[in-house]
Design a protein around this ligand. Structure first.
Ligand code: SR1
Ligand code: MG
Length: 397
């Protein structure tokens, strides 16, 4: 693999192509096009396509600031190192569910990876009413394998502590600590919502029972270095089609709680369910909620029985209490994600794109109500079906 020692400079479409050629990832003589396709909040994503060989390549570059806010919000370039290291680690356990990394360069904050343009971003597809029949099975498998094998259940605890160091990600965790676990629960400048939601937001800020539970969940996020989590597993971090799924963008990866990614994935499925009118359209999303948990449990249990290095793993009740705690925490995290995607800085397009203003507001109120319920009742949840039942209740109210 060619190594570059360039210092940081923002790539352009032409310098991204030049880099790909220098690295030998694409042929100079070919008919090449390059388009910046990044629609996330933080990075440039260049799609380079060799029209002669019908071969594509992605070059992703971290910017030294958050694109969604502008240069006034500086952001570490180290996230590019974390992202490529996480993709490589995840590919040890679930190679078919993540893009292949061809090259990474920490100085340029660049990762060159597999072109996934034959797939689509799941959030966009779900908003358009598409179905991904294997989505929850694949995400459940990804989580069951990566979360189990990077934890103390399968990685020698001394080596795991080295991984904890390698994946220490203070700046990106700080974003989550603020934007997911703090700001939406107070009248903060970063919050962003329609004036018509102010009374609901005020009620949330004044709800002491809710605040106490949100504080517990934030503490769990801050202190539970259990496993290598993806850290931002919403439906915009997943590419899929009818048969294939790839989980991308683990720049927020760090050693965190088992339930974090599961909670975020479920919250984003339910945000999409809120954007659809009737139960028939919502049912596949409810099925995904139940199935991602069932698959996660199944894959994790199989790995636990086969590969656990933890002496106490002989106990079935230890496995059951572990799952019980993960599901409860996932529920609380899902609640925080529902709240922050509604009144926080970074919204979910699923709700923002509802065309009728009155329905949009109604569904945002329902998202807030559901988020509050999940946070307040997270310790009472026992099955993934409970989450669907809470959704149905809170939408009726
Ligand atoms: C300033 S970044 C805002 C959000 O975008 C990312 O995808 C994360 O979800 C983050 O919270
Ligand atoms: Mg992202």
């Amino acid at each position: 693999m060619v190594t570059l020692t360039a210092s940081y400079e923002e790539l352009t479409e032409s310098s991204a192509v030049a880099l790909a050629i220098r690295l030998g990832l694409i042929e100079e003589s070919s008919h090449l096009t390059c388009t910046e396709i990044g629609d996330g909040n933080l990075n440039y994503v260049f799609h380079i396509f060799d029209h002669n060989r019908k071969k594509g390549l992605i070059i992703k570059q971290a910017l030294p600031y958050a694109k969604v806010v502008g240069e006034s919000w500086p952001l570490t370039l180290d996230r590019a190192r974390i992202e490529s290291a996480a993709l490589i680690k995840q590919s040890e356990y679930a190679p078919h569910l993540v893009p292949v990394v061809y090259y990474s360069d920490t100085a340029l904050a660049v990762t060159a990876m597999e072109d996934l343009s034959h797939l689509e971003i799941v959030r966009k597809g779900l908003i358009a009413g598409k179905h991904y029949p294997h989505l929850s099975h694949h995400v459940g498998e990804f989580l069951g394998k990566t979360l189990f094998y990077t934890s103390d259940f399968a990685t020698n605890p001394k080596i795991k502590k080295q991984f904890v160091k390698q994946f220490t990600n203070p700046d990106l965790c700080d974003i989550t600590e603020k934007l997911v676990f703090t700001d939406p629960f107070f009248d903060s400048d970063t919050n962003d919502f329609e004036e018509e939601l102010r009374e609901d937001a005020k009620a949330l800020w004044a709800d002491l029972e809710l605040q106490a539970k949100a504080a517990e969940l934030k503490r769990i996020f801050l202190t539970s270095a259990e496993t290598l989590v993806h850290g931002d597993l919403h439906t915009g971090s997943i590419f899929a089609n009818e048969s294939e799924t790839k989980i991308i963008d683990p720049e927020f990866a760090f050693y965190g709680p088992f339930g974090f990614d599961i909670g975020h994935f479920i919250a984003n499925l339910l945000l999409n369910a809120l954007s659809h009118e009737n139960e028939q359209e919502q049912q596949p999303l409810f099925d995904h909620v139940v199935n991602v948990w069932a698959t996660f449990k199944e894959v994790f249990t199989k790995a636990w029985k086969k590969d656990s290095i933890e002496a106490f793993s002989v106990s079935n009740s230890f496995l059951e209490t572990t799952f019980d705690r993960i599901l409860k925490e996932a529920t609380g995290f899902a609640g925080c994600e529902l709240v922050r995607r509604t009144i926080g800085l970074a919204h979910a397009a699923d709700l923002d794109a509802i065309p009728s203003p009155s329905r949009r507001l109604q569904q945002k109120k329902a998202a807030l109500a559901l988020g509050k319920t999940f946070i307040k009742q997270y310790l009472a949840v026992e099955t993934a079906s409970d989450l669907v039942a809470l959704f149905q209740q809170s939408v009726k109210e």
